[in-house]
Design a protein around this ligand. Structure first.
Ligand SMILES: Nc1ncnc2c1ncn2[C@@H]1O[C@H](COP(=O)(O)OP(=O)(O)OP(=O)(O)O)[C@@H](O)[C@H]1O
Ligand SMILES: [Mg+2]
Length: 254
């Protein structure tokens, strides 16, 4: 099978400004859209913590969600090579479990999936400067995978600073950023900060806000559900990326 699309698009590494911002939801929606568009799509949560006890070890609900919504048939150990119990940073969770973080396993699983699929959707853990052992950070993992970043950010006050910090780290490390995605937007509760943040981020960050995904009651990672509102919000971004078209800035659309 070809290992890239006609446009040379190879997928994305989905990071975020923080934990809990919606990386899994956004990654899942992009994977679902690309799979539905007929692209062979691989998903990966390379390192997970806060795993749920299973008959053999621990399983990642993030990985399970990504596999389910994308319709992946890859074995769980490829989609999620490392899963630890404690819901903390990987280095701390590995110390608590008295195990080593085997980044070689992550690299091997990624290679297998990358060869198998046209497009990869990889979800990071926490944000770019989460330590993953051996002096490495999530940013190093993204660099090694050579996939452009999607930076998922919260809609409200404080998100400009967190997003620009993330973009700054990406830039310093030579990581390409495809787009920022604001997730969990509630139109009924949106104040001036929520309404102006996309434009402010684009102006100060020099990166397009490729989508503003609404809060969607029918979406839930734990329940394995991806609502139509989130999927619809991400569809134009998914189409532009797969077609190799520039991502349209949000400014002017609202
Ligand atoms: N747009 C949305 N609408 C409804 N629920 C959402 C939305 N985005 C995220 N959630 C919910 O918010 C929670 C956090 O989202 P998610 O798990 O995607 O964040 P994350 O950045 O992947 O977190 P982690 O750092 O733990 O991997 C989940 O329970 C998820 O179902
Ligand atoms: Mg997640």
């Amino acid at each position: 099978m070809a290992d890239h699309t006609a446009t040379g698009f190879r997928g994305v590494f989905v990071t975020g400004t923080d934990t809990g911002v919606g990386k899994t939801v956004v990654a899942g929606a992009l994977a679902r859209l690309w799979a539905a568009a007929g692209l062979s799509t691989g998903v990966m949560k390379p390192i997970a913590t806060g795993g749920v006890k299973a008959p053999r070890g621990y399983v990642s609900l993030d990985a399970r969600f990504l596999v389910a919504v994308s319709g992946s048939h890859d074995p769980p150990e490829l989609a999620n090579p490392i899963c630890l119990e404690a819901p903390v940073a990987p280095t701390a969770a590995a110390r608590a479990a008295a195990v080593a973080l085997d980044l070689g396993r992550v690299a091997e699983a990624f290679e297998v999936l990358r060869r198998r699929h046209q497009v990869m959707v990889v979800e990071g853990i926490g944000g770019l400067l989460v330590p993953i052992g051996g002096g490495f950070f999530v940013a190093d993992l993204a660099a090694r995978m050579a996939l452009p970043l999607i930076v998922v950010a919260r809609p409200g006050l404080g998100t400009i600073n967190h997003t620009l910090l993330t973009l700054d780290v990406a830039r310093r490390r030579g990581l390409a950023v495809a787009a920022v995605v604001i997730n969990g937007y509630r139109a009924d509760e949106a104040g001036l900060a929520e309404r102006t943040n996309p434009e402010e981020i684009e102006r100060a960050g020099g990166v397009p806000v490729g989508a503003v995904a609404p809060w969607d009651e029918r979406t839930g990672v734990e329940a394995g559900r991806l609502g139509d509102l989130v999927i619809a919000a991400l569809a134009p971004l998914a189409q532009a990326l797969a077609a190799g078209r520039p991502v349209r800035p949000w400014t002017g659309r609202t």
